[in-house]
Design a protein around this ligand. Structure first.
Ligand code: PGA
Length: 253
């Protein structure tokens, strides 16, 4: 099993380009040299992509966007395409975050189209999935995740999905300070991996990295990452402050 751990941040709608430059000038010395068993990425707002990418040049940090539109260009006011994201210097993109699904009506079919656009543009997609509190409490977690996976990954062959990363983010744990216990997260990640094995084959299931997200902090990251099917973290609030995110990146394994 050689899945390299990814510590990814998701800034959401925070940080101008000047604030991004300042963040990286603080972060890079704190995480250098990066431990060889891990990768680092930050999902930043579109207007800060170029400054962020310039700030991390010659470092192991990757920059990602937080959304993508599925056409490459055209009359789609307000949207941003894969080639534009690539040209700004990003190499990854977050797709289907629960805030987009809940606040902006993003559907599984959109996630599917955005995934295709990301792969076409050569961006590493981080596709998010997760159940609400009501869905967990009514025992529907695995059904909901199965549906999100089936919709998001519809029509793809396993070999097309090699660059894909998944992020399991229980909606009830995002920004709430409530973290899934390491055992709860492990159980769910293992179920996602089983789904991948059934639908896309054992090789992809074994290789694909599944990140956990939802109130990951410097003091809980190591316990979460010690679970065998947790291959990294997608960090919101604690990725906004360089010292806190550095502690997450440098966790002791
Ligand atoms: P949080 O956000 O770490 O602030 O809970 C996680 C996310 O939304 O990706």
């Amino acid at each position: 099993m050689s899945r390299k751990t990814i510590l990814a941040g998701n800034w959401k709608m925070f940080k101008t380009s000047a604030e991004a430059r300042q963040f990286f000038s603080q972060l890079l010395p704190l995480i250098t040299p990066l431990k060889p068993d891990r990768e680092v990425a930050l999902g930043v707002p579109f207007p800060s992509l170029e400054a962020a990418a310039a700030a991390v040049a010659d470092s192991p940090v990757a920059i990602g966007a937080q959304d993508i539109f599925w056409e490459d260009q055209g009359a789609f006011t307000g949207e941003v395409s894969g080639p534009m994201i690539r040209a700004a210097g990003a190499t990854a993109v977050i797709i289907g975050h629960s805030e987009r699904r809940q606040l902006f009506g993003e559907t599984g079919q959109w996630v599917n189209q955005k995934l295709r656009a990301a792969l076409r543009a050569g961006l590493a997609p981080i596709v998010c999935l997760g159940e609400t509190r009501a869905e967990r409490e009514s025992g529907q977690t695995f059904e909901v995740l199965g549906r999100q996976l089936a919709e998001g990954l519809a029509g793809f062959a396993a070999n097309e999905l090699a660059p894909l990363v998944l992020a399991y983010e229980p909606v009830w744990a995002i920004g709430t300070g409530l973290t899934a216990t390491p055992e709860q997260a492990q159980e769910t990640h293992a179920a996602i991996r089983q789904w991948l094995g059934r639908h896309l084959g054992p090789a992809l299931a074994a290789d694909l990295r599944i990140l956990y997200g939802g109130s990951v902090k410097p003091d809980n990251v190591a316990r979460l990452m010690s679970q065998p099917d947790l291959d990294g973290a997608l960090v919101g609030g604690a990725s906004l402050e360089a010292a806190a995110f550095a502690r997450i990146v440098n966790f002791d394994d």
